[in-house]
Design a protein around this ligand. Structure first.
Ligand code: TYD
Length: 210
């Protein structure tokens, strides 16, 4: 059986990933594909415990390197426990965030640098890379308005505010300019416009592989 397809979704907090992931997963399911939906950090029992440490607002003294290592620790677990086996079974894996988040948040916005992140990503993933990465690009202030919430955020990362999210967005735009697998979608469009770009791209990649 051929290796499955690995799709990741990326973007700043509140960019609308969840809605689009649901639409794509329903669409692929209805056309006969077996889809596995996962999220980072988390997805495994160990990873969900690490997630709660990472996102707990009480941990506001967490050192950025500690933060980076925890994201990578959760990633090492989900890659080996769930993602690789599902791909080996020929399934389509859709992951809400993957290693590009670490480049954008820890490497770029936290200013730990791309080299440190690259080395740890490689250790955590054993070289596994997504086949397609959808970057849902939107201005942080617009994302916040759309969600209609306060600016101080629901968790420790969101509490860093829109100045931090602007840097994250910039980090993502640099990734999109550097890697062909990253497909940038204008996330300020309507739900249907965004989804049709995502569906068309996914179908064209599936056609190329068949
Ligand atoms: P989550 O509630 O899943 O956010 P969202 O719904 O926006 O995806 O929280 C995950 C948070 O962790 C989010 O702020 C992005 C951040 N993050 C990193 O900083 N580095 C990483 O490597 C990953 C995977 C996530």
């Amino acid at each position: 059986m051929s290796r499955g397809l690995f799709i990741t979704f990326e973007g700043i907090d509140g960019c609308g990933k969840s809605t689009q992931i649901k639409l794509l997963s329903d669409h692929l399911g209805s056309t006969g594909h077996e889809v596995v939906l996962l999220r980072e950090p988390g997805g495994t029992v160990v990873g969900e415990k690490i997630r709660s440490v990472l996102l707990d607002k009480k941990n506001d003294g967490m050192d950025p390197v500690c933060e980076l290592l925890l994201f990578e620790a959760a990633r090492a677990q989900i890659v080996r426990e769930l993602i690789m086996p599902a791909l080996d079974d020929g399934k389509i894996v859709i992951c809400d965030r993957f290693f590009d988040s670490t480049y954008a948040y820890q490497g770029y916005a936290r200013e730990l640098g791309a080299e440190m992140v690259k080395a740890l990503n490689l250790t955590a993933t054993s070289g596994l890379e997504p086949d397609i990465t959808f970057l849902l690009d939107i201005d942080p202030d617009e994302a916040l308005k759309r969600r209609g919430i306060r600016g101080d955020g629901d968790d420790r990362m969101e509490a860093l505010g829109t100045g931090f999210q602007q840097k994250v967005r910039q980090g993502y735009l640099e990734l999109a300019a550097s890697f062909d697998r990253v497909f940038k979608v204008n996330a300020s469009g309507t739900r249907e416009e965004i989804f049709s770009a995502i569906r068309d791209k996914t179908e064209s990649v599936l056609r190329e592989r068949s």
